[in-house]
Design a protein. Structure first.
Length: 282
């Protein structure tokens, strides 16, 4: 079997506090392995698990790793490590699912370096966790679920995700190698009071500018601008040919401004202090 990785990203937010979990499996020249990354606004943790303890189903975003369970219904956590002691349960409800696969027709293209999935654009979260003897209350919280699989993360990419009032959005722009050439691939999904907008290369989206924590993309009359203003980032592990040897930076509680318009009509313009942001466009 060729080198590969596959992981899910569960983000939960209550007020301006956020916490993310990334359960994943990976295979490289040293064999198969599994890990659970835990991302907070102050530190990121990575806990290794035996590959034999993993049971996953891509179709319904179900992932069991050790005594931990992740699904579209909720999360059960029992993590006991040198740096992390985390127990508790979260329940998910009122999921807002994408109307169709975020990859569009690219889901059928073989040999792609990385494939993205969005399982829940937004959902309600309830429950409490105990994290290193500190209670974390997620009652009346919100959440988001996505996934990635393939061989490697793109060499250059920018990604942002935000849950703000009745708006949820994700935007990713990346260098996509394909058949000896490369292009800037864009995928984005926006939910505004239950109305879905899709921004994607396969729908004609093009980058106006990407770099220095800024992404401006246009698709017909629509323009989406994302501007990272400030926020400390934490180091995460990312795949290179299946091996989790790359170090990337993610901020889960960044200050980011989002502006979305159709022609001269502004659909929204807000700044969030609890936005997720990764910028590897250097």
């Amino acid at each position: 079997m060729k080198n590969y990785f596959e992981g899910l990203y569960f983000k939960q937010q209550a007020g301006e506090y956020a916490l993310a979990f990334i359960p994943a499996v990976h295979k490289d020249i040293n064999g198969r392995s599994a890990s659970l990354q835990i991302v907070t606004d102050k530190k990121a943790y990575c806990v290794a698990f035996p590959i034999e303890s993993v049971n996953m189903s891509r179709k319904d975003a179900s992932f069991a790793i050790g005594d931990n369970r992740f699904s579209l219904e909720g999360i059960h956590l029992e993590v006991h490590d040198d740096e992390v002691d985390l127990i508790g349960d979260l329940q998910f409800s009122a999921l807002v699912r994408p109307k169709y696969d975020i990859m569009g027709p690219f889901q059928y293209v073989p040999l792609m370096e990385c494939r993205h999935s969005v399982f829940s654009v937004r959902h309600d979260v309830s429950g409490t966790l105990m994290f290193n003897d500190m209670p974390l209350d997620f009652e009346k919280g919100t959440g988001y679920i996505e996934g990635d699989r393939g061989r490697s993360f793109p060499k250059r990419y920018l990604w942002s995700q935000c849950l703000h009032d009745d708006i949820s959005l994700m935007l990713s722009a990346a260098d996509i190698p394909f058949l000896g050439v490369s292009f800037t691939g864009i995928i984005g999904i926006i939910s505004v009071r239950g109305v879905e907008y899709r921004i994607a290369t396969y729908l004609g989206a093009k980058p106006d500018f990407i770099g220095s924590g800024i992404a401006i993309v246009r698709q017909g009359e629509y323009t989406l601008a994302v501007h990272h203003q400030k926020g400390a980032s934490e180091l995460l592990s990312a795949p290179v040919q299946g091996a989790m040897t790359r170090r990337i930076r993610e901020s889960i509680s960044s200050r980011v401004r989002y502006h979305f318009s159709k022609g001269k009509k502004v659909i929204f313009d807000f700044t969030s202090n609890c936005a997720s942001f990764e910028d590897e466009y250097r």
